[in-house]
Design a protein around this ligand. Structure first.
Ligand code: MRU
Length: 361
């Protein structure tokens, strides 16, 4: 059974690169800070290294953060398994909290860590080796489910893509932001396979440049046509009718359908409405936060303003000026045409339909 799932998952992973790989006693991450110039893989052996990798954006994108954190818990168990049960469980608890604090907005982090916590609780009284094996198994399951969930999102999403589509996307919601395949780019991949995609426009996505560095990189690797534009060009292309639809990912979706995603998503949604262009969000159910009624309660990560002022060693503004860097913004539900999930496309009224879906889960 397990082997057949692995074979199924493998079919959907890019032969050209791997975002996250579990190697039994360590984790390998493609260092996304260095793309597209250098393709460097980092080996991580401790939960501390995993938490730093998430915080420093070696790995990023909501589902990828969740999968990586789950593997971080498996590493935490491995490094503490020779201790007595009490010390072992204390160590797991400490690393659970460390990983939970690594980034605040993407709810998939909490979702994956809670799955691991439930595994630990279900094995109360078992010895450390058994718990370690269970956490490793759960991490691999989260990885595999993520790929297959993305494929389902891709299949549902392809139905909303008309032929000859020019699709605009923001940030990177692709194989690099997930265990593989992608959410927004999963829809692109499925629609491209059906011959419907003429061009993908990738917003550059200042300041970390996930669009130009990562989305363009992975689409080019897969032979999907991509054109990079700077963030401030989107309105121009929408106004001229050169964009058929917009598809973005999400970091957290509140009960009422308000969406937190990469900074700049909200402006795009406003532009889409003004120009009557459909605006879709693609995300797995693990990105929905059933505890929050609306988006104003979603914590927005504020990164160091220096990241706006510097690109590698180059200073982009006069020394001494300050900058702000909210990493995400909230798109209100009324600007969203539909949310593409593994269960199908949710259309307005989003609030009622999301509630029903979360209750059914
Ligand atoms: O700061 P990042 O790169 O982690 O932000 C990522 C995004 O905003 C993505 O669009 C989102 O996580 C969806 S990924 C499938």
């Amino acid at each position: 059974m397990r082997n057949s799932i692995q074979r199924e998952v493998e079919r959907f992973l890019s032969p050209a690169f791997r975002t996250i790989q579990w190697k039994g006693d360590h984790l390998v991450l493609l260092d996304q800070r260095r793309l597209p110039k250098d393709e460097v893989y980092l080996e991580l052996r401790t939960p501390e290294e995993v938490a730093s990798a998430i915080r420093d954006l070696v790995v990023r994108g909501a589902p990828a953060i969740g999968v990586t954190a789950a593997m971080g818990m498996a590493l935490a168990a491995r490094s503490a398994r020779t201790r007595g049960t009490k010390e072992f469980l204390e160590s797991l608890d400490k690393h659970y909290h460390l990983l939970m604090r690594s980034r605040p907005t993407a709810v998939n982090l909490r979702w994956a860590l809670e799955r691991q916590r439930r595994r630990i609780e279900a094995l109360a009284g078992s010895d450390p080796d058994e718990i370690q094996a269970a956490l490793e198994e759960e991490a691999l399951r989260i990885f595999e489910e993520d790929v297959l969930t993305n494929v389902a999102i891709g299949e549902h999403g392809a139905q909303v893509v008309p032929s000859d589509a020019c699709i605009l996307t923001h940030c990177n919601a692709g194989a690099l932001a997930t265990a593989g395949y992608g959410t927004a780019l999963g829809v692109v991949r499925s629609a491209y396979r059906q011959g419907k995609v003429q061009m993908v426009f990738a917003d550059e996505t200042r300041p970390f440049l996930q669009g130009s560095r990562l989305t363009a990189w992975e689409l080019q690797k897969d032979g999907i046509p991509v054109t990079v534009i700077t963030d401030n060009m989107a309105g121009h292309f929408l106004q001229r009718g050169e964009i058929t639809l917009i598809i973005v990912g999400a970091d957290r979706i509140a009960q009422n359908g308000d969406v937190a995603n990469k900074i700049g998503t909200y402006s795009l949604a406003v532009l889409a409405k003004e120009n009557q262009v459909p605006f879709y969000v693609a995300a797995p159910l693990s990105t929905f936060d059933g505890t929050l009624e609306s988006g104003d309660r979603i914590p927005i990560e504020e990164r160091n303003g220096e990241e706006v002022l510097l690109w590698e060693d180059m200073r982009l503004a006069p020394a001494g000026v300050t900058a702000r860097y909210p990493a995400f913004d909230i798109t209100p539900n009324q600007l969203i045409t539909g949310i593409i999930t593994e269960k199908g496309v949710i259309r307005p009224p989003l609030k009622e339909r999301i509630r029903k879906l979360l209750v059914e889960e």
